[in-house]
Design a protein around this ligand. Structure first.
Ligand code: PLP
Length: 399
């Protein structure tokens, strides 16, 4: 049988135009909501932020949520408000975006990396305890790709060692663990509403928590350390009075962003349904290819399907992963990599020491993984194109 020549080798590409790996879904309702905020006369933090926080809290199953400018700010602020600073250590995964370990460093604390589980690419809870020292204050798990970490083990370790659990749930709004939403398990659960995430406010984040004292500190410290926001002061009898009570930052969300968030959050369930459908089709096709490894879903975990990640078995291919990524792009499929491990970046090598070789499962995964396009606005034809392109390249480059 004549094989189908890849576009990168001069063949005809699967697609004429390029399919991105992620794209936001904005409808007329979203646009109207933003316009409504702009026309309302109050565009920075105001009633829409409060309404958005209530909606996020409801979705996350938490009594309260505090909205900020990004998930990075959420993580930084959460650690800060939990009293984590110089001399302290925070345990996290090397397979994450730089924001996760940076949030500890911004506070003067040190991130301590623990290798991942090869089944779901999440931090391996069984390796955490051996890294706990007298300086450890928190565990910061990342729900990689939207698939929840085994929280039972994490919470048990945290309780036995008196540690805080700050979840990086940037991928995981709408995910569940043991039937309960991501948002109820840890002390502080941080979401991202960046443009590529499962819902968006363009840029934005929030911290869900059941701790009322913590949420009070978060509200104060997201706005200079002033205990109430400006628009709440506007309603008080002496609106000119304010007190900088403690050291705070400036990372409050605007009502423009919150208006978009309120509208997007109403669409989250339909987004998740569509993501699940696409993942179902991918799984069906790719699980039949012996050249590929799919992530496993762990007991109790219900993914928000933020990323679709496959790993190649390098010994089954005549070319390396990067050549396959380039070949996919030539077919019009913008695949991606999540992530270059934390400890491989120049800054972290300088700051943490050279840890290359220390997290073999993570390094092996990072060298072999490919993130395929996954977003709710993908058509069935787009999904077919991804499957066709992957099949074509597997057949052509099979060793
Ligand atoms: C996107 C992301 C962040 C940062 O989110 P921002 O809202 O862009 O600050 C943090 N952690 C992970 C795992 C992410 O993917």
């Amino acid at each position: 049988m004549e094989l189908n020549r890849p576009a990168i080798e001069g063949g005809k590409p699967v697609r004429a135009n390029t399919l991105p790996y992620a794209r936001q879904s904005l409808d007329d309702g979203d646009l109207d909501a933003v316009a409504g905020a702009l026309k309302s006369g109050w565009i920075t933090s105001g009633p829409r932020v409060e309404e958005f926080e209530k909606a996020v809290a409801l979705k996350a199953g938490a009594p309260q949520a505090v909205a900020v400018t990004s998930c990075t700010a959420a993580l930084q602020l959460a650690l800060n408000a939990l009293g984590i600073g110089p001399g302290h250590e925070v345990i996290t995964t090397p397979l994450t975006f730089a924001a996760t370990p940076l949030s500890a460093i911004y506070n003067g604390a040190m991130p301590v990396l623990v290798d991942i589980d090869e089944r779901d690419l999440n931090i391996n809870p069984d390796l955490i305890e051996e890294r706990i020292t007298s300086r450890t204050r928190a565990i910061m798990p990342v729900h990689y790709g939207g698939a929840p970490v085994g929280m039972d083990k994490i919470l048990d370790i945290a309780q036995r060692h008196g540690l805080m659990v700050v979840e990086d749930a940037a991928h995981a709004i709408g995910a569940k663990y043991n039937g309960r939403p991501i948002g109820v398990h840890g002390h502080a659960v941080c979401f991202s509403f960046h443009a590529v995430k499962n819902i968006t406010t363009a840029e934005g984040g929030a911290i869900a928590t059941a701790d009322a004292d913590l949420s009070g500190r978060l509200r104060s410290r997201r706005f200079f350390g002033i205990p109430a926001d400006a628009w709440q002061r506007a309603a008080s009898p002496k609106p000119w009075e304010y007190d900088v009570f403690e050291l705070g930052f400036k990372c409050n969300m605007t009502d423009i962003q919150a208006a978009l968030g309120i509208s997007q959050l109403k669409r989250l369930d339909s987004f998740l349904t569509r993501r699940r459908e696409i993942v179902g089709r991918y799984d069906l096709e790719f699980s039949q290819m012996e050249e590929l490894i799919l992530n496993e879903t762990m007991p109790g975990a219900e993914s928000a399907h933020h990323l679709y990640v496959v790993r190649i078995r390098p010994e089954r291919f005549k070319v390396g992963r990067d050549s396959l990524l380039a070949a996919l792009r030539a077919e019009g499929i913008n695949a991606n990599i999540h992530y270059k491990p934390v400890h491989m970046h120049t800054f972290f090598i300088r700051h943490l020491g050279d840890l290359r070789g220390r997290f073999p499962v993570c390094e092996r995964a990072a060298e072999t993984l490919i993130t395929l396009p996954l977003f709710p606005a993908m058509t069935d034809g787009d999904v077919s194109d991804v499957i066709t392109a992957v099949k074509k390249l597997v057949e052509w480059y099979r060793a």
